[in-house]
Write a protein that binds this ligand. Sequence first.
Ligand code: XIL
Length: 300
Amino acid sequence: ASTLGAQAAQSGRYFGTAVAAGRLGDGTYTTILSREFNSVTPENEMKWDTTEPSRGSFNFGPADQIVNGATARGQRLRGHTLVWHSQLPGWVSSIGDANTLRGVMNNHITTLMNRYKGRIHSWDVVNEAFADGGSGQMRSSVFRDVLGTGFIEEAFRTARSADPATKLCYNDYNIENWSDAKTQGVYRMVRDFKSRGVPIDCVGLQSHFGAGGPPASFQTTLSNFAALGVDVQITELDIAQASPTAYANTVRACMNVARCTGITVWGIRDSDSWRSGENPLLFDRNGNKKPAYNSVLTTL
Ligand code: XIL
């Protein structure tokens, strides 16, 4: 096939991109978006600071724009993200009472999932809950500090009741290298959830890579998670300098793991990237395909 989405579909996978509502008026951007991708992740529009800036008052305008556009283009959607310590409004991070915070968290999850029921193939229920470095433990956040480490289980159970049909993912960065303590911490949590019947369907590996691309163990990490009985997805791929080899190595690892169900790049053109100084994406700022594009297309 001649586009990323169509090529990925030949093996039953999707190939997606992050989309920013503010760019939907740019014709070069939307031309590439419509032509190449069959899945969309809102880059910021479903985050808590945008969707519930004050308690109980929800703002779905920007997210609706992306969801309606993707649906009109026949693209699938990833939901990103329900519970995250970052881009979290101050009114949430200052809650000190556990029962209040539990109610607020569960209401946020339920309200967003109900709004987009039937339209989201996978939801990042909890994002980036584990600490960097050698601890292998959860990071400090209002959720962990006030609710305890059980907040992740609580969030996934609430999410399953809100929408039993969508896939529920745990998403994080720096969990691509198998031997890292952070990877091991997430792995132990997923294993524990599966053994106790806590609902979880997928692990998202963000995959924000340096110029060398994925660690040598990347495919091992994907298959070890998959062996626990979850899908794996590459959810926010970008690679400093976008070397074709680094991109091919990433895509090949996914293709070699049956339960790696899709890949999302974190933006379209280098100029759209949160790491724009590193030129990490598949299209240059004029919207032309970069060498990494062809390397991805031929590896899919
Ligand atoms: C980034 C967006 O790309 C930026 O526009 C925003 O300013 C900050 O967040 N991990 C995630 C994504 O899960 O939501 C982040 O997206 C990148 C890191």
